[in-house]
Each structure stands twice: as structure tokens, then as C-alpha cells.
Design a protein around this ligand. Structure first.
Ligand SMILES: [Fe+2]
Ligand SMILES: [Fe+2]
Length: 504
């Protein structure tokens, strides 16, 4: 068993933003309780100034346990990264402990709040994960968050390449990702990776009237991870995760439902639109796959003009199975705002047997950035609550970062939306932004993003593709199908737990 105290965002400064008494309370408790080591995930200082580093050096010495400190965006302000190395220690490094290793990475960009684990550091991290692959416990720590966080206002400053980093950590069976930055404590399990955000230890800038806090992380010998968010008021929130073993299952019972998931057809007369590929996909769907439902996750047309919509409708009507569609950002350009509803109507919730399909319209006019909005979230929440059976929410913008894509056309309120979807126990979320296929389970919600089916400008090494999702009584299995060759690649297999309403 290993026990870690995870603190973050102390924001040590001479100004009133710093709450020295909160820091003292936490450091005293950390010294008193039984911890193997302490991790500080950055923003040690408020402005990266020499006087702040001098004070930080003194304050950090109050912690009388092995301590790993990660730089945050505030620490590198005013070229503070040089001072960080002088007063605190290396910006990147490895800390070994019994049966485990902690690798910390500098994710900061001088003078920006955003994060990045750029190409050299990314390669370094990959090399270290390979080097320590035999360790039972693998922990990665960086300042910036990996998965959108709730209650942060506008969701931003996630790592630019969060999708790549997430994919890397999942492929290397990392146990734990520790971070801070947004001053919001949170725990998510993403497959078997436990993603832990610390709140702020001693800064005034808490969100939503929250108080200062730190996390207690315990990893048991059987692999179970236990995280306690410990607030200064004494209030505690606990989360537990046991790794899923084995990770492969055999489907039992008859297949209940098959969904074909398409995105980014981008119908147009530009050279990047691969008409033949789309025709091939329509034939594959009609003749071979015979799904119960086709869901199009948006970006049906490249630009919202009449000629494109007319062509898109021709393709759409050739698909014989029942179909549902939500608009993407490129559908909402030029006249698309008027034309999309004219051609495809307003997306509405549909029930089919024991499945409920809830569409969410995320694009805004003439921008890549999506939003559900506070009003939209309330509407979505009601619709999820009214659906008693297997709930499928589908929208254009992604709620988890996508490998190879950059967090550019993100969903403004992805953090709040992800929290809503996972807390309400939505079984399946389908998205289609970023030009690459990716699937992960966050908490108990399976999230599947589709790549581009017929647009040459994608980010998928597998090529143009679409997804097939088969639902069995006890499991969900998702494949990606190469749009030209029809070859398949497994995206994921997930066990469904507990009796489902109306389940057979
Ligand atoms: Fe901070
Ligand atoms: Fe920060």
C-alpha cells in the first residue's frame, strides 16, 4: 500500500491572494498523518518572482516528508522557470518508490495559462514509461488537467495535446495522473487510469465559493485506488476504483442493438470530399452491416450552402436503416443555420425499444467552438432523467480530448457537460469532432468519437473511417471500420453492470 498527499496551487506571494494559515493547516496535517510522500502539482508561487521563490523555499521546508514539486503556469511567469530550478528543483524528473514510480513533467508554456507536453517532453515521457513499464504503480504528474473539469466557467487551458497524452498514459497502463491548475478538486476514472485534480491549498481564488483542500491518494496492493478530497472544513469526498480485470469479455446473449456512427462526411464539390468513399460506405451499411440505427454526428456538409445540402440529402436518403443526425460546426456556416433545419428538421429525442437517443446541438454560428450552455444543460438533464432505459446522448463536439487533434474547436462547457453525463449515468455518448476515432469509458459512461468518413483532411492514421457499435445484454463492443477497405479495428470492449430497465 502506498499513501500520497497531493497538494497544489499554493500561490505563495506577499500579497493577500496567499492564505498562509491554510498552508500551515495543510502542511501540519500532512506531517501528522501517515504518508509515503507528498506531491505538489504546481503554481507554488503566484508570479514566479524571486521574493516569492525565497518564501516558497522556506514554506516547502515545513513539509517533513519526501516531496516532489511540479512547475505550474504561475511559476514560469517572468521567466520564473530558472528560479524554479534554483530554489525548488528540476522541472521534470522521476521519483522511485517501493513497487512504483512517479514521473513528473513540466506542462507549462512561458507567459500563457495553457498547457502543453511538447514533442521532446512527450518523447521523454514515453521513454520513461517504457523504461519503468515493469513497475506495478505508475504515476504521472503535471500541472494542467487532462480531462475537462466541471465548475471552472469556460473550459480552457487543458493541455493542447491532451488527447495524445491521455492515449499515451492509457497505452502504458498508468495508474494515476495527478494535476492541479483550475483550483477545482475532482476525480475521474478514465478506463483504469485514475485522473486526480487537486483543489487549491492556500490561494483565495477558489471556485463556486469552495474552500481550500488537498487530496489523499491511497493505492492498495490489489490495485484499488482510493482518493479522498479533504477540505479544510473537515468535509471529505471519497472515490474508489478497482481496475477492470480481465479486460476482454465474450458476448453473451443475442445482440440487442447495432449502431453505425458516422461523422464529417463534409459533402461538397471540393477535392477533399471523397464521394466514392462515401458511396462505398453507404453500400457497406445497406448490404453488410444492416444496423438498427445510423447516427451522424455532424459536419454533414463542408459549408452550409444549398448545393451541398441537396447533395447530402441524396446520400442520406440512400441509407436504408433508421437515421438520426445532429449538426456540426461546418453545417452551421453561411446559410446552414437556416438550411440544416429546413432539410433535416430540429433534432429530437427518439425512443427505440429499450434505447433512448438524445441529441444535443452544440455548434454555434460561424465558429468551430461548441457550447451546450447552462440552459441547454438543464434541458439535457431533464431529458436524461425522463429516459428510463439505455440512454445514448449524441452531439458533434467531443467531451474528452481526442488523440492527434488539438483542443482548438473545443466545447466551451465540456467540463460541466461531462460531469452531467457521467453523474446521470448515461450509458453511451457519441461525438464526432477532431477527425479521429477514439473511445474511452469515463466513470460508467462509454464515450465514442468518430473520425471522418469521407473528408480527406482528417487526423486518423487508419484513414477515413466510421464506427460500428454493438450492444449486448452484458457488454458494448465498438469497432472502427476503414471506409475504403472495410477492415476493422477494435476501439473498445466494455462490460455493462447491473440489471438494466427493460434489459433482456
Ligand atoms: Fe493556480
Ligand atoms: Fe495554474
Amino acid at each position: 500500500m502506498i499513501r500520497i498527499a497531493h497538494i497544489s496551487d499554493t500561490h505563495i506571494t506577499g500579497e493577500s491572494a496567499y492564505k498562509g494559515y491554510a498552508y500551515d493547516l495543510i502542511s501540519n496535517e500532512v506531517n501528522r498523518l501517515n504518508f509515503d510522500f507528498v506531491v505538489h502539482t504546481g503554481d507554488v508561487t503566484n508570479n514566479g518572482l524571486r521574493e516569492e521563490y525565497e518564501r516558497a523555499e522556506y514554506e516547502l521546508k515545513k513539509i517533513r516528508k519526501p516531496l516532489v514539486v511540479v512547475p505550474g503556469n504561475h511559476d514560469v511567469r517572468n521567466v520564473g522557470y530558472d528560479l524554479f530550478e534554483k530554489f525548488i528543483g528540476p522541472l521534470n524528473g522521476v521519483y522511485e518508490f517501493k513497487d512504483g514510480v512517479l514521473i513528473w513533467v513540466d506542462s507549462t508554456i512561458p507567459d500563457l495559462s495553457d498547457g502543453r507536453i511538447g514533442k521532446h517532453k512527450f518523447r521523454w515521457l514515453k521513454k520513461k514509461l517504457e523504461e519503468y513499464s515493469d513497475r506495478r504503480i505508475k504515476i504521472v504528474a503535471a500541472h494542467h488537467h487532462l480531462v475537462p473539469l466541471p465548475n471552472t466557467g469556460r473550459e480552457r487551458n487543458v493541455l493542447y495535446n491532451a488527447g495524445d497524452v491521455l492515449d499515451l498514459l492509457l497505452r502504458h497502463d498508468v495508474t494515476l495522473y495527478l494535476c492541479g491548475h483550475k483550483h477545482v478538486p475532482n476525480v475521474y476514472r478514465v478506463e483504469d487510469l485514475v485522473v486526480v485534480n487537486a483543489g487549491c491549498a492556500s490561494c483565495r481564488k477558489t471556485r463556486r465559493g469552495d474552500v481550500n483542500s488537498y487530496n489523499i491518494v491511497t493505492i492498495h496492493d490489489d490495485g484499488k485506488a482510493e482518493v479522498t478530497i479533504r477540505r479544510l472544513t473537515g468535509e471529505e469526498v471519497r472515490a474508489e476504483h478497482k481496475p477492470v480485470r480481465p479486460k476482454l469479455f465474450v458476448p453473451r446473449g443475442k445482440r440487442l442493438f447495432r449502431i453505425v456512427q458516422l461523422s464529417e462526411t463534409k459533402v461538397s464539390d471540393r477535392v477533399y470530399f471523397r464521394r466514392k468513399v462515401l458511396e462505398n460506405v453507404v453500400n457497406l451499411i445497406n448490404d453488410n452491416l444492416k444496423p438498427d440505427l445510423v447516427i451522424h454526428n455532424g459536419d454533414l456538409v463542408d459549408m452550409g450552402i444549398e448545393r451541398n445540402f441537396q447533395k447530402a440529402v441524396e446520400f442520406w436518403e440512400k441509407i436504408e436503416a433508421p437515421k438520426l443526425i445532429v449538426p456540426g460546426h461546418s453545417d452551421m456556416t453561411y446559410l446552414g443555420y437556416e438550411l440544416f433545419p429546413e432539410y433535416f428538421g430540429e433534432p429530437e429525442t427518439v425512443s427505440m425499444g429499450e434505447f433512448t437517443f438524445i441529441p444535443v446541438s452544440t455548434p454555434q454560428y460561424e465558429t468551430e467552438i461548441g457550447v451546450v450552455g447552462r440552459f441547454g444543460q438543464k434541458k439535457l438533464e431533464k431529458e436524461i432523467e425522463n429516459a428510463e432505459n439505455f440512454k445514448v446522448v449524441f452531439m458533434h463536439h467531443n467531451v474528452v480530448p481526442i488523440p492527434k487533434s488539438r483542443e482548438r474547436g473545443f466545447l466551451e462547457d465540456a467540463g460541466d457537460v461531462l460531469k452531467l453525463l457521467t453523474e446521470k449515468g448515461v450509458e453511451l455518448v457519441l461525438t464526432g469532432h477532431g477527425g479521429n476515432a477514439f473511445a474511452v469509458r469515463v466513470e460508467r459512461t462509454i464515450i465514442i468519437n468518430a473520425g471522418s468518413v469521407s473528408w480527406e483532411l482528417h487526423r486518423n492514421p487508419f484513414g477515413n473511417s466510421f464506427n460500428v457499435i454493438d450492444i449486448y445484454p452484458c457488454m458494448v463492443i465498438a469497432f472502427e471500420v476503414q471506409a475504403t477497405w472495410g477492415s476493422r479495428r477494435l476501439l473498445g470492449v466494455w462490460k455493462l453492470k447491473g440489471p438494466r430497465a427493460g434489459g433482456s
